[in-house]
Design a protein around this ligand. Structure first.
Ligand code: G6Q
Length: 560
């Protein structure tokens, strides 16, 4: 473990950045572009099939130098190496974070407590390969000997968002006869809508839960099992239709899953970083193992880059530093992820979890309260749809939310001129954000439309677009398994690099526990099982108490 370092805000590099920010606060990006013809080339890097144009940021060469110095003072290169080596970078749980081992396609061993984990990782991949082949070749069939047509993945959070994103992102690679569905929420409507459209004879259920303790997943699995048993399935045939991925084999067996149908997970993989493990099975079943391995190889290429590239040419590091620049020195609370690719529309939701659950922390690894901002609010959605909705706030709102525009150079579906139009929309949004429209330009435009000078003057303030709004543009050839793997790994590493600089634990998530604890107590009260007493006081606030009373009254003293 490295030595405790001085508080971030007391580092001279932090102070230098504060001073630098004051010196360029009034500089407009329009002028920066006008002064430097090489600005695009200067702020452009490529790695693992992903190109990043970060020239449309409020930065100069000096800004990047100062940010890199900050990263060095925070020992970022050493901390990156520590993560890859399997050091317990998740200190509050005393665990390594080794999602990179899941896609380590080299012969480099990775040790946890002195044991090389790579043989187990490779064995699991081989088991996945065998299973995927048996299902796709229709050798593994349902109880009536019909091949599977549908896969239903039951899991939530990290056991849901990543695989769901990848399944959707790689839809062009889906195998003809297998359809894939996801059930996550503990909302009866979700599972009802999925079960309505499938046939138990031809459906394979994948129960995805690292802990095998998650209420939503277990309840949905019970409903799926009962539905299966009431619709022709038998207890004996459960083994043909229910497969689990978990680190808690005993609980899965106790639940009724056959031990042969259980794929492993490990403590050293965080849920939100687990799509590369057997948690990726729904994806592997639909796209096939060759494509799944290509996904891993894209992530592995990004891993190698993150581990070895100098900070100034390191794509995840540059994105991380830009995020720190706006979040800590310009007061930006939010960051937008804007994929201009229909298949990548799930990217904001997955990155939202990766980033916000990892860096939404207010104490350092040493347990001290931070005196600076940490993780930002990650939001976004597919372009160009967002341009007709929330982009207004980006252009003329009072809040600063830098954005990542993400777009392939080629579409999987080259319909008419759609892709060129989509591309033009993406570039024009980034350009408009950067350039804006001055009062003079707005007034001249209005007058050219024939408005009187008085009318033009009245409308001008509404037509002014301040500009100087930062964005990155991320490009890749096409959304292939390899580029999608690299893209997701890029954001994972960006998140870790920021966590290192903020000195937080990016791999724990204690904040989500309290809601779960209180949820169980409230459920007992809703069911009328727990009557408040001195030893079990119930909700301490009149709001929760009143709402529980209302639920019980309106549900005729509901008892389950
Ligand atoms: C992710 C979180 C969380 C987790 C879910 C599901 O990093 O830990 O989102 O993935 O709560 O947990 P299980 O896989 O254990 O059911």
């Amino acid at each position: 473990m490295s030595q405790p370092r001085p508080s971030l805000v007391r580092m001279p590099e932090w102070q230098a950045l504060l001073d630098h920010q004051s010196s360029i606060a009034q500089v407009h990006m329009r002028d920066l572009f006008a002064q430097d013809e090489q600005r695009f080339e200067r702020f452009f890097i490529e790695a693992a099939g992903i190109s990043l144009d970060y020239s449309k940021n409020r930065i100069t060469a000096e800004t990047m130098e100062l940010l890199i110095k900050l990263a060095q003072s925070c020992q970022l290169p050493q901390r990156i190496d520590a993560m890859f080596r399997g050091e317990a970078v998740n200190r509050s749980e005393n665990r390594p974070a080794l999602h990179t081992a899941l896609r380590n396609l080299s012969d480099r061993p990775v040790h946890v407590d002195g044991v090389d984990i790579m043989p187990e990782v490779r064995d699991t991949l081989a088991r996945m390969e065998q299973f995927v082949w048996r299902v796709r070749s229709t050798q593994w069939r349902g109880f009536s000997n019909r091949p599977f047509t549908d896969v239903v993945s039951i899991g939530i959070g990290g056991s849901f968002l990543g695989p769901k994103l990848v399944s959707a992102a790689l839809k062009p690679y889906w195998h003809g006869h297998l359809n894939c569905h996801y059930v996550a929420n503990i909302d009866g409507s979700h599972i009802t809508e999925v079960l309505r459209h499938i046939n138990p004879e031809t459906t394979l259920f994948l129960i995805q839960s690292k802990s095998f303790k998650t209420q939503e997943t277990l309840e949905n699995t019970r409903v799926a099992r009962d539905w299966f048993l009431h619709n022709g399935g038998s207890h004996e045939s459960i083994a043909k239709h229910f497969v689990a991925v978990t680190a808690n084999t005993d609980a899965a067996v106790e639940f009724g899953i056959s031990a042969d149908n259980i794929f492993p997970m490990w403590d050293w993989v965080g849920g939100r970083y687990s799509l590369w493990s057997a948690i990726g099975l729904p994806t592997a079943l639909t796209i096939g193992m060759d494509n799944f391995r290509a996904l891993l190889s894209g992530a592995h290429a990004m891993d190698k880059h993150f581990h070895s590239a100098p900070l100034e040419h390191n794509l995840p590091v540059v994105l991380a530093l830009l995020g720190i620049w706006y979040g800590n020195f310009w007061g930006a609370d939010a960051h937008a992820i804007l994929p201009y690719d229909h298949y990548l529309r799930g990217l904001p939701a997955h990155i939202q979890q990766v980033d916000m659950e990892s860096n939404g922390k207010c104490v350092t690894q040493q347990g001290a309260r931070v005196d600076y901002q940490t993780g930002q609010i990650i939001w976004g959605g597919a372009g160009a749809n967002g341009q007709h909705a929330y982009h207004q706030l980006l252009h003329q709102g009072t809040r600063l939310s830098p954005a990542d525009f993400i777009i392939p150079l080629h579409s999987h579906n080259p319909v008419a001129h759609h892709h060129a139009i989509l591309f033009a929309n993406c570039l024009s949004q980034a350009q408009a954000l950067m350039q804006g429209k001055t009062a003079d330009e707005a007034r001249a435009e209005l007058e050219a439309q024939g408005l009187s000078p008085a009318e033009a003057e009245r409308l001008t303030p509404h037509k002014v677009i301040p500009g100087n709004k930062p964005s990155n543009t991320l490009l890749f050839d096409r959304a292939t398994p390899r580029t999608v793997g690299a893209l997701i790994a890029l954001y994972e590493h960006k998140t870790y690099a920021q966590g290192v600089i903020w000195a937080v634990d990016s791999f724990d998530q204690w904040g989500v526990e309290l809601g779960k604890q209180l949820g169980n107590e409230i459920l007992d009260q809703l069911l009328g099982k727990a009557v408040p007493s001195p030893t079990h006081p119930g909700p301490a606030d009149s709001s929760t108490e009143g709402l529980i009373r209302l639920f019980r009254q309106r549900n005729n003293n509901y008892s389950g």
